[in-house]
Design a protein around this ligand. Structure first.
Ligand code: HEC
Ligand code: HEC
Ligand code: HEC
Ligand code: HEC
Ligand code: HEC
Ligand code: HEC
Length: 247
């Protein structure tokens, strides 16, 4: 009982509760979501490839790359090769001199090993698009940016999604009733993602009553697949637990 009370005190105030979980440190906002791909580069005499999510997601929804183009949501997991790129797969689906710069003559634009490579373009982007802001992650409210039309990312290259509309908002109740439930809005997700980005691998809806505990999420499972490194990070308690108090 004492333990429960203690927990209540700790978690009902979001800012104090944050200290309760080991949240991973956040990079500068222009580097949030920037990944270094080096499955093959270094061992083949090239600098690692640096890829910015913010730059690409402002122009394409996640499903274009993580559905149509079959990039996996795990750095260094996809078998990207220079040859595949040059035959129009993976990066080469766009970096072909038509949609974006081509491979020839532009090696160092990708193979630069410099995590800050696109930083100069970030402030430009914020100003140009008048993006709505938040406190963490890229400092950008991507959901609101999409709703307001500040950005209009392309939703497919060749293959339009056949997915049905599904707007259901779910309340995910924690095992402890003292914790304000987390919300899961389908609509805010299907604007970026296809059903099969989440079902059945990340969320198996046949298995009822799964509790996605914070320690599991912080290990990079469930919501943590995206909400640690790409979508707004776990620090923003109230975006998922709207009834949690601020102070
Ligand atoms: C649009 C981005 C992009 C450009 C431009 C680009 N590459 Fe790559 N390249 C990649 C990616 C991504 C990989 C996979 C990286 C990894 O796993 O380390 C890769 C892999 C490679 C590899 C690893 C071995 C192999 O066969 O796949 C070599 C070598 C390579 N690129 C050379 C080049 C050279 C030379 C150029 C310029 C003529 C170039 N790349 C331009 C993105 C690019
Ligand atoms: C232009 C293509 C592109 C777009 C658009 C894109 N991604 Fe990615 N994403 C990638 C690539 C490439 C990787 C690395 C894959 C690899 O190395 O195997 C990646 C990796 C990831 C990872 C793994 C990160 C890690 O820390 O290992 C996650 C999670 C992810 N993406 C989520 C998203 C989400 C969510 C969106 C939409 C908001 C999105 N991506 C949009 C290309 C894209
Ligand atoms: C769905 C299309 C698409 C895919 C797939 C894609 N890109 Fe891009 N990329 C773009 C566009 C469009 C731009 C913006 C071109 C510009 O304005 O210079 C861009 C820009 C870039 C830049 C320039 C950053 C800067 O600061 O100038 C880099 C680096 C880059 N992409 C790397 C990659 C790598 C590496 C991959 C594969 C892992 C990849 N891209 C896959 C469309 C794509
Ligand atoms: C970003 C991840 C994500 C995407 C994308 C997504 N879902 Fe879900 N979905 C969830 C989560 C999380 C749950 C709750 C799972 C649980 O309670 O175990 C859920 C639950 C459901 C349920 C059960 C609803 C209920 O009342 O229990 C259905 C049906 C469903 N999703 C259909 C869809 C369809 C159809 C799409 C595509 C249009 C879709 N989902 C896209 C994450 C997602
Ligand atoms: C991306 C969404 C998301 C964010 C951001 C988030 N949570 Fe959660 N949280 C959840 C989900 C989902 C659950 C599990 C609900 C269930 O059991 O099904 C949960 C459960 C919890 C629980 C219940 C006990 C446990 O360990 O699971 C606590 C306490 C909690 N969150 C606190 C926080 C605090 C404090 C923050 C901010 C530092 C935060 N959460 C940020 C989604 C989120
Ligand atoms: C496959 C990736 C992915 C997974 C898994 C995922 N999300 Fe998200 N979520 C996103 C993206 C992308 C956005 C758009 C906002 C952004 O990128 O910051 C988003 C937005 C949201 C929003 C904000 C909606 C708004 O309108 O402002 C909430 C709340 C949210 N997610 C909760 C959750 C919860 C809770 C879970 C786990 C049950 C979860 N998400 C799992 C990718 C994901």
């Amino acid at each position: 009982m004492t333990r429960l009370l203690l927990l209540a005190v700790l978690v009902l105030t979001a800012s104090q509760a944050g200290a309760n979980f080991a949240l991973p440190p956040l990079p500068p906002r222009e580097e949030f979501g920037t990944i270094v791909i080096d499955r093959l580069s270094s061992q083949n005499g090239q600098k690692p490839v640096v890829f910015s999510h913010w730059l690409h997601r402002s122009r394409f929804t996640c499903r274009v790359c993580h559905g149509e183009l079959e990039f996996l949501m795990k750095t260094n997991a996809t078998e990207i090769t220079e040859r595949a790129n040059r035959t129009g797969k993976y990066c080469g689906a766009c970096h072909n001199g038509k949609i974006a710069f081509r491979h020839n003559g532009n090696c160092e634009k990708c193979h630069n090993g410099d995590i800050g490579y696109s930083a100069r373009r970030f402030e430009e982007f914020l100003l140009q698009k008048a993006m709505p802001m938040t406190a963490t992650g890229n400092g950008v409210d991507w959901s609101e940016g999409l709703r307001s039309g500040a950005i209009k990312p392309q939703t497919y290259l060749k293959k339009k999604s056949q997915d049905m509309k599904f707007d259901k908002e779910l309340l995910l109740e924690a095992e402890m009733t003292i914790i304000p439930p987390a919300v899961f809005p389908h609509k805010a997700h299907t604007a970026w993602l296809d059903c099969d980005n989440c079902h059945p691998d990340l969320f198996n809806i046949k298995k009822k009553g799964t509790h996605f505990t914070m320690p599991e999420i912080l290990k990079g499972n469930y919501c943590g697949v995206c909400h640690i490194s790409i979508a707004f990070p776990m620090d923003e308690c109230r975006r998922c637990h709207p009834d949690m108090r601020d102070q």
